[in-house]
Design a protein around this ligand. Structure first.
Ligand code: GDP
Length: 301
């Protein structure tokens, strides 16, 4: 299996929008180059703000004769990209002082929430941590079953109640169980139904409040899971969830199969929310801490 960079590169170049392609076969910086680069950035869903920032800086450097050749431009582009991504590349540290550390995951259906929870549970378990999962999506029976399947696969207890139960009460129970068992990490799943958005946001706020009852510092992380393949749509989702619950970290999934991975730049430029993880496949080991340098290399090389 190809490594992270290879897979990201394949994904990001899927529809020919690999940004590094702009340099291929070019010896000199001609007038078209920056325009072409601008188009490539926008096509990869880097977004207007981040694209303008990058192109603006490159144009400026060109005018001041600071860019002599293609390799200098390549380097300057790399610096610009790193300047946007480095501040948000903040892996999620497990807080050992909290028993348990509580991770509340939110995001719309299909974003990859359950899969991300499963992968995380597996990673923590491999590190020797005790994990409890809360089946907080009480709206869909399939969601509970899917979480239970991950629980079985990773040997992690899943606290659930029948479909239709109060989500906050499930999460409260799970928190209590996690405390009683001396668990290191509690990861709570939540519903992600789109059409009744306002109810969902109320439900999430209630879950948030309920977690604070047994530990006033909980949740310690509100992880928003977004499908990177939805491009600019992911920005709109981030906006909504940010308003309802104080999102403290992002997991961007499906970067293995999208040409819109540039949305990470748009997200970083607009919100500055730490990017904790990226998903690069469906397998249990396909969740990685976000590494800005590896990501930029995959885009440019
Ligand atoms: P949820 O509704 O948010 O819980 O989403 P799921 O976890 O059920 O994921 C929806 C689909 O996306 C499933 O088929 C997953 O296997 C798939 N998926 C999740 N993360 C990734 C990823 O990083 N890469 C790929 N290729 N597929 C993913």
């Amino acid at each position: 299996r190809p490594g992270l960079i290879g897979r990201l590169r394949n994904g990001l170049k899927r529809t020919g929008s690999g940004i590094g392609l702009v340099f291929m076969g070019r010896k000199y910086i001609d007038a078209d180059l920056l325009e072409e680069l601008e188009t490539l950035l926008l096509t990869a869903d880097v977004g207007m703000e981040a694209t303008n920032r990058i192109i603006g800086d490159l144009t400026d450097r060109l005018k001041r004769n600071k860019l002599d050749d293609i390799s200098a431009l390549h380097q300057a582009l790399r610096e610009n990209m790193m300047a946007i991504l480095e501040p948000v590349a903040q892996p999620l540290e497990v807080n050992r002082d909290k028993k348990p550390m509580v991770i509340l995951t939110v995001g719309i259906n299909g974003a990859g929430k359950t899969t991300t929870i499963g992968k995380l549970a597996e990673q923590y378990r491999n590190e020797g941590r005790r994990v409890v999962l809360a089946a907080g999506d009480t709206f869909r029976a399939a969601a509970v079953e899917q979480l239970q399947a991950w629980g079985e696969r990773t040997g992690t207890p899943v606290i659930s109640q029948p479909t239709g139960s109060d989500a906050a009460s499930v999460v409260y129970d799970a928190h209590q169980a996690a405390i009683a068992r001396g668990a290191d990490v509690l990861i709570a799943d939540t519903a992600g139904r789109l059409h009744t958005q306002s109810n969902l946001m109320d439900e999430l706020r209630k879950i948030r409040r309920v977690l604070g009852k047994q530990d006033e510092t909980a949740p310690h992380e509100v992880l928003l899971v977004l499908d990177a393949g939805t491009g600019q749509n992911a920005l709109a989702q981030a906006e909504q969830f940010r308003e309802a619950v104080d999102v403290t970290g992002l997991a961007l999934t499906k970067l293995d199969g999208t040409a819109k991975g540039g949305v990470i730049f748009a997200m970083a430029q607009r919100f500055g929310i730490p990017v904790r993880f990226i998903g690069i496949g469906e397998g249990v080991d396909d969740l990685r801490p976000f590494d800005a340098e590896a990501f930029v290399d995959a885009l440019l090389d």
